[in-house]
Design a protein around this ligand. Structure first.
Ligand code: XIL
Length: 360
């Protein structure tokens, strides 16, 4: 006998009906980041949403150098172990994020003046401990995050670059390969679709490939602002990175609907929002929701344009209530994702499904 259970089948939570993961199965993986210690950090509707729509997980914070390795001999694997077990239980691959970054990284690791050898040995200890612990259980690692300067020189001026030198990137990739030979190895950054930063990224990737360093893919973060999405640049960047033989991934997708300074995704930028600037505190007006839906549809169409080029599209958050854009670059109510605060599908969700290439 067929039974319809309204508690499970309620359309309000969007855990029945077409899923993102199945709809894009022939094109790319569809993922999200998750925070906290799983499974308790998500409520039942959130876990339902996660399992129904997504097939790859990225830890939002717990695998970053600062949280996971706060002191030279001290590690905190509580949240990362829980995430890796949760993912295995639900047969979802995990993207490790990230082994080397200038933000959310402990001061001791590349402390000023320690010199190249000490910094390299700490980088080695870090990568071997973290990537080694999850060896065989990680689909791919964001080995180096945001190493390219927003303007000017090729590399950002960071503690790792100062202590080790510009080849800290090569060394990080080699160490990651040693620690987990079967994990894919990625370079991840924001704004690398924009022409100037794209060129600098291409030079870096060519340099790595020419010197025999194994790099498998490049992540375009995708923290874009509604109304300012550089569609043509994104297309050109996907083409150019794919032409190097690399997998291309959209790794941290969200579409901000509130004004923010032109700071892309630089987490060091902070700005106060006055209460009057919290314009969508009471909800997302229908015209903005439709504009966002159209933008998301256009993006997903573009991601699928060149078959095989984009291997994964991951959102930076499960639903609007879980987005970092509610607190960065300042506190205001944001609505950047496909599901609202009640896990209900937004117009953007329907629009994205509308351009899906079909189930596997
Ligand atoms: C963000 C997290 O979402 C926040 O919770 C945290 O406070 C700061 O970092 N680029 C990245 C991500 O590579 O790791 C950042 O995540 C967002 C920008």
């Amino acid at each position: 006998m067929r039974r319809v259970s309204h508690s499970i089948a309620s359309p309000k939570t969007s855990i029945v009906g077409p899923s993102l993961r199945a709809s894009f199965a022939r094109q790319f993986l569809v993922g999200t980041c998750v925070g906290g210690v799983l499974p308790a950090s998500l409520d039942a509707s959130e876990r339902g949403l996660l399992r129904h729509h997504f097939n790859v997980l990225t830890p939002e914070n717990c695998m970053k150098p600062g949280p996971i390795h706060p002191a030279p001999e001290r590690f905190d694997f509580t949240a990362s172990d829980a995430l890796v077990s949760f993912a295995a239980e639900h047969e979802m691959p995990v993207v490790g994020h990230c082994l080397c970054w200038h933000q959310q990284s402990p001061d001791w690791m590349f402390e000023a003046g320690i010199g190249r050898q000490a910094a390299l040995s700490q980088l080695r200890q870090h990568i071997h401990a973290v990537a080694g612990r999850y060896r065989g259980r990680i689909l791919g690692w964001d080995v180096v995050n945001e190493a390219i300067a927003d303007a000017g020189d090729a590399l950002r001026d960071t503690p790792a670059a100062r202590e080790i030198g510009p080849d800290f990137i090569e060394r990080a990739f080699e160490l990651a390969r040693e620690a987990d030979p079967n994990a894919e190895l990625y370079y991840n950054d924001y704004n690398i679709e924009r022409p100037a930063k794209r060129e600098r990224t291409l030079s870096l990737l060519r340099r790595l490939l020419a010197s025999g360093v194994r790099v498998d893919g490049v992540g375009i973060q995708g923290h874009w602002q509604l109304g300012e999405i550089p569609f043509d640049d994104i297309r050109a960047a996907i083409e150019a990175f794919a032409a190097l033989g690399l997998k291309v991934m959209i790794t941290e997708l969200d579409l901000d609907v509130v004004e923010r300074p032109d700071c892309s995704a630089d987490i060091s930028v902070q700005r106060a929002y006055a209460p009057a600037e919290d314009v969508y505190r009471d909800g997302l007006p229908a015209p903005i929701a439709s504009q966002q839906a159209a933008a998301y549809a256009r993006l997903f169409q573009l991601f699928g344009e060149r078959p095989g080029a984009v291997s994964r599209v991951s959102f930076w958050g499960l639903h609007d209530g879980r987005s970092w854009l509610n607190t960065w670059p300042g506190k205001r109510t944001n609505h950047p994702l496909l599901f609202d605060r009640g896990c209900r599908p937004k117009a953007a969700f329907e629009a994205v499904l509308g351009v899906a290439g079909g189930a596997a």
